[in-house]
Every structure is written in C-alpha cells, then in structure tokens.
Design a protein around this ligand. Sequence first.
Ligand code: GSF
Length: 221
Amino acid sequence: MGKLVLYGVEPSPPVRACKLTLAALGLQYEYKLVKLLDGEHRSAEYVRKNPQHTVPMLEDDGHYIWDSHAIMAYLVRRYAKDDSLYPKDFFKRALVDQRLHFESGVVFQGCLRNIAVPVFYKNESEVPRAKINAIYEAYGFLEAFIGDQSYLCGETITLADFSIVSTISSLVELAPIDPAKNPKLKTWLARMSQLPYYDQANGYGAQMLIDTFKEKIKKII
Ligand code: GSF
C-alpha cells in the first residue's frame, strides 16, 4: 500500500465525506491543507494534478483521484476488508449510487453550493427563500429514502450515509429539521453523529461552515 494523502480543507463537505470513509476503514493518511482562500488550489502544481482544481483530492501511489464520490468508492474497492460500505451486489450498489448522485447534484450543488457561492465569492448577505425551500425539498426526499431503515440504504451504513451527512449536517442551521415533518431524517442524523469518529471527521468542520454562514448571511428574503 502506498502512502495516502488527502488534500482538503475542514469546512468542505466532500472533504469530510472522505475523512469519514478513511476513518471507517481505519486507514492512515497524510492530510494536506489546501488554502482555497489563498488560491493554492489554482497553483500550476495543483492544477497539473487536478485540472478541475477541487478539493477533496486523494493521492495514492502517484495517482490523483478527485470528486469525493470517486475517492470513497476507490477507497472501499481498494482497501476495505468487505464490501459493506459499497456492496458489490448489483441492486444494492445501484441504490448506493443513486444516493451518491443525489448528494452530488441535488444536495451539494442544488442546495449548498447554490447558497454558498454567492455568499462566499460575491459577498451577498441575503439568501432567497426559494433556495431554503430547495433544502426542505431535499429533506423530504431523504425522509422517504430512509423510510423505516436505520441508514439510507438499509440496516448497515454505506458510503451514501457518509456523503449525505457531510452536506446535511452543514445545512441544518439554515434550514432546521422539523421533527414533526422529518422525524426519520432527524433520527438518522443523530445516529450518524454517534459514530466514534464523527466529530473529528465531520462535526467540527460542519460547525466551521455553519459559523461562516451565520457570520455572512444576514437575511432570508
Ligand atoms: C465537489 C468538489 C467541490 O466543489 C466532490 O468532490 O464531491 N462534487 C465534488 N469542492 C469545492 C470546495 S467545497 O465547496 O466543498 C472546491 O474545491 N472549490 C474550489 C474550486 O475551485 O472549485
């Protein structure tokens, strides 16, 4: 096994999803902080490795892999002792994949980035109500996905849980989960936060992002 290096920054949800996966797998890795605000991710050296200049990025044995979902799936395929986090069974894997794509398109891009980009990069301090409503719509979908299960894809934890908790835990201040409307989502989030490695891998970074949102967002319009 080569030395694993994760490039990232704490508040980033997809970085935290990778940290959860690495912790769940018990893998040792070096963590390299990429100072996004100083533009480190746009340096010639970083762009040579990842032309999309995003974090997270994983380095393994001279290979560079980015997009959290690709990184998490790679880590399980390569290093996990069993396939429980990302089952080989066709139907079980299709379900995990559906949730991972849901995180990528609907939750991360459609909810979180849609709010964060104007706030962080254009200094906007007002968020249109429609963007908050999009979060509640996503909560509704997740409520249905969880159903009577303990986790998003059944009774055992999968990569889908790590991916989706990274974003949802960052949105709960902007859109508090109403236990009357989304009881299953609320219980699932509480269950996830009980993981022994949760705070270190996700909780602290989520709070950092929440604090920045609080500081910059003055009003929902
Ligand atoms: C998202 C990566 C991303 O946008 C994934 O890895 O899951 N779908 C991808 N990362 C942001 C940081 S953040 O918002 O989490 C990033 O790297 N932005 C800097 C840039 O230049 O895009």
